[in-house]
Write a protein that binds this ligand. Structure first.
Ligand code: IPE
Ligand code: IPE
Ligand code: MG
Length: 263
C-alpha cells in the first residue's frame, strides 16, 4: 500500500469511528490513559493458534486504539508492551516480540505523522536488540515535531527498577554535594522516573487492564498512586471501540477525591 493510500485509509477510519456515534463530548476524557495490554496468548490459544499470532493481532489493536485516543483528545496514551519480567518467556516468543516494533513502525509511522502523534518510550531501550532499538529511535525522531497525542510505549519497563534508578541518581547527587537530603522530595523523585518528561501528565488518570487479570504487574507503581483502575475480561486483540468507550464511560462516573472530601 502506498503512503498516500495508507494515510487516506487512516483518515477514513478515524472519520468512520466518529460517524459511528463516538462523540468524545459525552465523556470525561483522561489526560493520560495507560493500558496493560494483556491476553494476547489466551486469545491465540482459544483459536488454536500459536501465542505469537495473538501478539501480531494485538499490534493491530494498538493502531486502532491510538486513533481512538487521538480522536478523543487524550494527551498521553501509554501502552505496556514489554516488561522487564517478560525476558523470562521462551526465546522464540521474546524474539517475536522484539521484532514487532520494527513491523509496527514500518507500517504505521506515516499514519502517526498524518495524525500528528508523537512516539515516546519509557523503560530501558538500550537493552533491546539493536534493530529493535533503531526502529524505536527512528520512529521517535520522525515524529518528534508532532504536537498531538503522545503514544508512549513501555518497552523493557519495570516500575520497581525505575524507582531504584531514580533513588540512585538522587543518592549520587547527595554524595557529590549537589543536593541536600532534605531536597529529596516527591517532585525530584518524579522528575527522575522515566515518565519525568511527561511533566504534569506523568501520572495516568486511568489505567485499563484487559484479559480479566486484576494487578499492575510492575506497571507504573509510583505513578499509579491515584489512578483510576478499570478491568475488563476482553482479550487485548478483541478490544474495540465499544470497549474503549466502556472504559471512558466508567471513568466518567468515577469520583476522584485525592484524599479530600466531596465538595
Ligand atoms: C500481553 O499478552 C502481551 C505481553 C505481555 C507482551 P500475554 O502474552 O501476556 O497474553 P496472556 O496473558 O498469556 O494471555
Ligand atoms: C504485563 O502482562 C506485561 C505487559 C502487558 C507487557 P504479563 O502477562 O506479563 O503479566 P503477568 O505475568 O500476568 O502478571
Ligand atoms: Mg499476560
Amino acid at each position: 500500500m502506498s503512503i498516500f493510500s495508507r494515510i487516506f485509509n487512516a483518515k477514513k477510519q478515524e472519520n468512520h469511528s466518529l460517524e459511528e456515534g463516538f462523540s468524545a463530548g459525552q465523556y470525561k476524557i483522561p489526560h493520560h490513559l495507560a493500558i496493560i495490554m494483556d491476553g494476547n496468548g489466551r486469545w491465540a490459544k482459544k483459536r488454536h493458534l500459536p501465542r505469537v499470532a495473538g501478539h501480531k493481532e494485538g499490534m493491530e489493536t494498538v493502531k486502532k486504539v491510538t486513533k481512538l485516543a487521538n480522536a478523543a483528545g487524550i494527551n498521553v496514551l501509554t501502552v505496556y508492551a514489554f516488561s522487564t519480567e517478560n525476558w523470562s518467556r521462551p526465546n522464540d516468543e521474546v524474539s517475536f516480540l522484539m521484532k514487532l516494533p520494527v513491523t509496527f513502525f514500518d507500517t504505521f509511522v506515516p499514519e502517526l505523522i498524518e495524525q500528528n502523534v508523537r512516539v515516546a518510550t519509557i523503560g530501558d531501550i538500550d537493552r533491546l536488540p539493536e534493530t529493535t532499538k533503531q526502529a524505536v529511535l527512528d520512529a521517535k525522531e520522525k515524529t518528534a515535531q508532532n504536537t498531538g497525542l503522545i503514544l508512549n510505549f513501555a518497552l523493557n519497563y519495570g516500575g520497581q527498577q525505575e524507582i531504584v534508578d531514580a533513588a540512585r541518581e538522587l543518592a549520587r547527587e547527595v554524595a557529590a554535594g549537589d543536593r541536600l537530603i532534605e531536597q529529596i522530595d516527591r517532585d525530584s523523585l518524579a522528575e527522575r522516573l522515566t515518565t519525568g518528561f511527561l511533566g504534569q501528565y506523568a501520572n495516568p488518570d486511568l489505567i485499563v487492564r484487559t484479559s480479566g487479570e486484576e494487578r499492575l504487574s510492575n506497571f507504573l507503581p509510583y505513578q499509579a498512586a491515584y489512578s483510576e483502575l478499570y478491568f475488563t475480561d476482553v482479550f487485548w486483540p478483541d478490544f474495540d471501540k465499544a470497549d474503549f468507550e466502556a472504559a471512558l464511560a466508567a471513568y466518567t462516573k468515577r469520583d476522584r477525591r485525592f484524599g479530600n472530601v466531596k465538595a
